[in-house]
Design a protein around this ligand. Structure first.
Ligand code: ADP
Ligand code: MG
Length: 314
């Protein structure tokens, strides 16, 4: 696996409905390995998969953050780009992991933990000061919506991507909010969430059918004092952390999707299959062409080092 891409699996506990139906656990986690039993042929050999890490159902998000996200977030504070996202079927725990769960604690997710980590670290910086800016967008049916714009509640909006040589791909018309502490970031996340497009499916009635990207850009500028002179400072550094909550990866026939829902599902799967192709090419290392341009999601994440979290549903 490429050193800049990490793939981890998190197995969630069974929910009430699964317990009531007396569902059997077919996933076994042992170190970095995940073994899956074929439920209709239990005596056949288990399928085994190896990841950068694998987390059992008892593991809480804090452990995953410390082991898999901490160093990535540190490097974005130093001026690199990074992405953390959760991939998997609806109901497998992507939002629980990324955003946190009000049932547990508002700040239990990876995204709020990133906010705390970033502001704790930059408040201790002595030689540089930071300008922190956030954006929050949603990709729904391959259209980009600005979740930080109060008035943008129509599905007709579609922001354009612009490729700026030397800078990368960005959405110049998005609302950008300056933030000075973790609470402000959290408030913007919450504000944006109320603008998300959600629709019921048979698998999870609160399921979101869209991908979201919350971005924090951290720009360093010199803080000259007796220890640091202008000569010591070598250019401005800018790091970007993209925090992605993907729509469900389920196959259409399982969800009972029809009409508009089916149209959505094919667009969602388009972005997800483009993502899969991009990851395969990056991991392959020898691929001459990485198909970033195939979807909005992959174009937006093009300028990142990638960190991936892959999720399992039993
Ligand atoms: P997704 O975003 O992938 O559709 P959710 O994050 O909404 O899934 O999770 C579905 C349900 O499972 C939620 O009720 C959530 O509270 C619960 N859940 C998910 N992961 C865990 C976990 N690791 N521990 C406890 N409950 C979880
Ligand atoms: Mg979700």
């Amino acid at each position: 696996m490429s050193e800049n891409i990490k793939v981890v699996v998190r197995c969630r506990p069974m929910n009430q409905c699964e317990k009531e139906r007396k569902c059997q656990n077919i996933v076994e986690i042992n170190g970095f390995a995940v073994s899956v039993t074929n439920p209709s042929a239990r005596i056949s050999q288990k399928k085994k998969f190896i990841f950068d890490s694998a987390y059992k159902m008892e593991t809480n998000t804090e452990v995953i953050y410390d082991e898999m996200c901490y160093s990535l977030v540190e490097s974005t504070i130093e001026g690199y780009n990074g992405t953390i996202f959760a991939y998997g079927q609806t109901g497998c725990g992507k939002t629980h992991t990324m955003q946190g769960d009000e049932l547990f604690s508002n700040k239990s997710g990876i995204i709020p933990k990133c906010f705390d980590h970033i502001f704790e670290t930059i408040s201790m910086a002595t030689n540089v000061r930071y300008l922190a800016l956030v954006t929050y967008l949603e990709i729904y049916n391959e259209r980009i919506r600005d979740l930080l714009n109060k008035n943008e509640n129509t599905s007709l909006i579609n922001h354009s991507l612009k490729e700026i040589p030397g800078i990368g791909v960005s959405v110049p018309t998005l609302t950008t909010q300056p933030v000075v502490n973790a609470n402000q970031c959290y408030d913007w996340l919450h504000f944006g969430n109320t603008n998300r497009v959600t629709a019921a499916t048979l698998m999870n009635k609160h399921s979101s059918r869209s991908h979201t990207i919350f971005t924090i850009t951290l720009e360093q500028s010199p803080f000259f004092n007796s220890m640091v002179s202008e000569d010591d400072f070598r250019g401005i550094r800018k790091g970007k952390l993209s925090l992605v909550d993907l729509a469900g990866s389920e196959k259409q026939h399982k969800t009972g999707a029809q009409g508009d829902r089916l149209k959505e599902a094919s667009k969602i799967n388009l972005s997800l299959s483009a993502l899969g192709n991009v990851i395969s090419s990056l991991v392959d290392g020898k691929a001459k062409h990485v198909p970033f341009r195939d979807s909005k999601l992959t174009r937006l994440l093009q300028d990142s080092r990638y960190y991936f979290a892959k999720f399992f549903m039993e």
